[in-house]
Design a protein around this ligand. Structure first.
Ligand SMILES: [Mg+2]
Length: 214
């Protein structure tokens, strides 16, 4: 069975920080098509700040906790608390666990998804990051239920996230700044759905690269 050691895997969270940094301009550009164009700047600021506070010796759950706390406390707008809650819920589920299995990961993503949806106040189809996280979770859950290896479940999660992100292109925004555009929000990706896809795919790749098995 495949598992991720909680210890010595702060590097996976640093990879998420790096991915957000690398995509900051793209995220702001996408946000600018339907919103105020600050998504990449805000995200980059918070993630870099967290990256400086995370030490190499931290466990995966400790690093996630620092990231979550930093986003809640130190980045403005609605996205800080939403992503902050997402990472804090992941961290809480993994806390005290030596090994993270596919079952535990599924539980963590469920908790994180619910926390995020409560705060975002969004449902699937509203053209938000919910449209990435829900299909990603569902794809992981389905693969896990079929008894697939953790790595295969993570590949399913990536596919679900990617499809979900792309699906926001054809949606009309129901909440947030983009909702003011109504039908004109169609034809553009949602910036939050895009950053969420980057986060989930980078986390999945980081876990896959560090899986152990017995
Ligand atoms: Mg914005």
């Amino acid at each position: 069975m495949q598992y991720l050691l909680n210890e010595n895997n702060a590097k996976i969270v640093q990879e998420i920080v790096t991915a957000i940094h690398a995509n900051a301009n793209l995220l702001s550009q996408i946000d600018g098509e339907t919103g105020d164009g600050d998504h990449g700047v805000n995200m980059n600021k918070g993630f870099l700040m967290a990256g400086e506070r995370i030490s190499d010796e931290d466990s995966f759950s400790e690093a996630l906790k620092t990231l979550g706390r930093t986003l809640v406390m130190d980045i403005g707008g609605s996205m800080g608390p939403i992503y902050g809650t997402f990472f804090s819920k992941l961290s809480k589920t993994f806390k005290g666990e030596g090994r993270i299995t596919s079952d535990l990961f599924e539980k963590a993503v469920l908790n994180a998804k619910e926390g995020l949806m409560d705060l975002a106040g969004a449902q699937p189809g509203d053209k938000t990051l919910v449209d990435t996280v829900v299909p990603a979770y569902e794809a992981f859950k389905a693969a896990n239920a079929e008894g697939k290896e953790f790595s295969e479940c993570l590949n399913a999660l990536k596919e679900g996230a990617e499809k979900g992100k792309e699906s926001t292109k054809d949606m009309v925004a129901k909440i947030g700044r983009a909702a003011r555009l109504g039908e004109r929000s169609k034809g553009h990706l949602d910036a939050g759905a895009t950053s969420c896809c980057i986060i989930l795919c980078t986390m999945a790749d980081g876990i896959i690269a560090n899986l152990q098995s017995e």
